[in-house]
Design a binder for this molecule. Sequence first.
Ligand code: B1M
Length: 208
Amino acid sequence: MLNKIYDAMMNGDIASIGQLTKDALDENIVPKTIIDDGLLRAMNEIGELFKNGELFVPEVLMRAQALNMSMQILEPLLKEGDIDKKGKIVMGTVKGDLHDIGKNLVILMLEGAGYEVIDLGVDVSEQKIIDAVKEHNPDFIAMSAMLTTTMVNMEKCIEAIKGEGLYDNLKVLVGGAPVTNTFAEKIGAYYSSDASSAVELANQLIAS
Ligand code: B1M
């Protein structure tokens, strides 16, 4: 049954993933096992295929939708502490920037890898990020920018975080088409070029 769920995920089979999830529960497979050995096992593989250019954005989004459909059934059944969250991430697209497809993909991959992500959406001001950091006490702030005119707001945000004395307690991840490693280093952040690399980077940093 877990292999069937894995296959449905790999094929982006949104028509049958819900029924397969219910069938697995009927066979007394616990939600955590369905998530770990069915959904997330597939999502890790999907991340690798995407990274290697063997899957494209629409295909990944369809598989992510399948994961969400299954999770909608499983989440209410999960007990407190059932899922070990690797870390907490506050993420948004920076002020002035409305692009969210890449950000959403990064979030899906991070969630699929076991991170709790608080999605602040698009056009996110420094103050909104600061408020979220104070409320959620995350391990990471992750920012996305797709415009050369908005990537500068990443630096402004980091300065604002420093001004509030919050910078030393977390790490800042950045990405998006115009962003480079050199730029990230200059502003005091860590860079990743795509969603899978963002997961790898978060894993490295959380372990260090
Ligand atoms: Co806009 N747009 N857009 N756009 N748009 C670009 C970015 C552009 C390159 C197109 C072009 O001119 N060739 C150009 C930017 C030029 C520049 O500044 N260098 C541009 C422009 C100019 C604009 C407007 C100004 C156009 C106008 O109105 N005159 C305007 C700006 C609006 C605003 O934000 N204020 C605008 C508007 C729009 C739409 C609303 C129409 C739409 C956005 C819809 C949406 O997001 N909901 C749109 C789109 C779709 C694009 C393109 C075509 C595609 C972007 C995309 O979604 N790519 C884009 C051209 C292009 O890239 N080919 C373009 C797919 C996505 C999966 O990739 O976002 O790169 P990407 O995310 C990747 C990585 O970058 C990385 O991982 C993701 C997954 O692998 N990543 C991270 C992203 N964020 C990360 C954060 C991390 C780590 C990795 O943190 C840990």
